[in-house]
Ligand binder design. Structure first.
Ligand code: BDR
Ligand code: CA
Length: 314
């Protein structure tokens, strides 16, 4: 597989941290040009601290650029109930590394424009940075290969009955991105509710003596303390789905569909209205919406990669 240039735009976030580790386990497939942060699961200060904290924990040097501190229009509401007050289930990362830039939008522009090959962006938080990027610097659009987005849903939400958190958090930004005609792969809740680990898997991680797996076990264990985990037997790791698609697209079924983001107030805020009618044929200019995943293979590959990373970072 040809190495793909990627930038991960995230709001760490428990599942964001696991997704980042999964990406680090696949560096033979990726040139990771940077990580940008965006306010979402927690404040921009906390999610950026968690991104630099992970780099400090691994003693790894990937450029981190701090992004936008609030949605384009709406009030900011962190997801403390799911990710904890510090955003990573109270896990304490060391803090030896600093951010590279305090402006994710110019960092994205400069990095994308300087890259010889096109760049794939992996947004796994609210789409605020991305919306500002394409509106402020539309010249980047020609150099974006793909957006592999974790966000939205074709059939019901998590933060409300109709909306997924990342899109709900900044629906106006999501609308700009989904309307951009950029090439999009959407990992929505309709698949990410099946991309994760069982309680027993997390128990194994917790008992591990490996640096990465133990840390992942500790942060994922926090998910089971909330009431959003179905019967306490399985936890989705939503954001890893957007990375997994890039490495193992064969695990998924997809259909191209029109996706329109509802920016109204009330119960429909942030709903991604996806045209699931299978007798309508949308061409490849419409988002590629993932509709099914091989759940057990996803789980096996994710675990295998996390344990593999233990061999790299001691
Ligand atoms: C998404 O919302 C966040 O809480 C997670 O990190 C993920 O990106 C799932 O709805
Ligand atoms: Ca996230």
């Amino acid at each position: 597989m040809k190495k793909r240039n990627i930038i991960i735009d995230c709001d760490p976030g428990i599942d964001d941290i696991v997704a980042l580790c999964f990406a680090f386990a696949n560096e033979e497939n990726f040139n990771i040009l940077g990580i940008t942060t965006v306010a979402g699961n927690q404040t921009i200060e906390k999610v950026t601290d968690n991104a630099t904290g992970l780099m400090s924990f691994l003693n790894k040097d990937i450029k981190i650029a701090k992004g936008v501190s609030r949605p384009l229009v709406r009030e900011k509401k962190p997801a403390s109930g799911v990710h904890g007050e510090n955003g990573v289930g109270d896990y304490q990362f060391p803090h030896t590394k600093e951010i590279y830039s305090d402006n994710a939008i110019t960092f994205l522009r400069d990095t994308i424009m300087a890259s010889e090959e096109k760049v794939t962006l992996v947004p796994v938080g609210p789409l605020t940075n991305l919306a500002l990027l394409i509106k402020t610097f539309p010249e980047v659009m020609e150099k974006i290969e793909l957006l592999s987005i974790m966000g939205g849903s074709t059939d019901g939400g998590n933060v409300t009955p109709s909306a997924e958190f990342n899109v709900w958090a900044d629906p106006e930004a999501a609308r700009i991105v989904f309307d951009s005609k950029l090439s999009i792969v959407m990992s929505g809740l309709n698949v990410t509710h099946s991309t994760g680990l069982y309680r027993e898997d997390v128990d194994h991680l917790l008992k591990s003596s490996g640096k990465i797996t133990k840390m992942c076990g500790e942060i994922l264990n926090f998910y089971f303390k909330g009431d959003h985990v179905k019967e306490g037997t399985f936890t989705p790791i939503h954001d890893a789905c957007a990375i997994m698609y890039l490495v193992h697209p064969e695990l998924y079924k997809f259909r191209h569909m029109d996706v329109v983001v509802d920016c109204s107030e009330g119960m429909n805020r942030g709903n991604t209205v996806a045209d699931v009618r299978d007798w309508i044929n949308y061409d490849e200019t419409y988002p590629k919406v993932l509709v099914d995943v091989e759940m057990e293979k996803f789980r096996e590959i994710l675990l295998e990669n996390l344990y593999k990373l233990d061999e790299v970072y001691k």
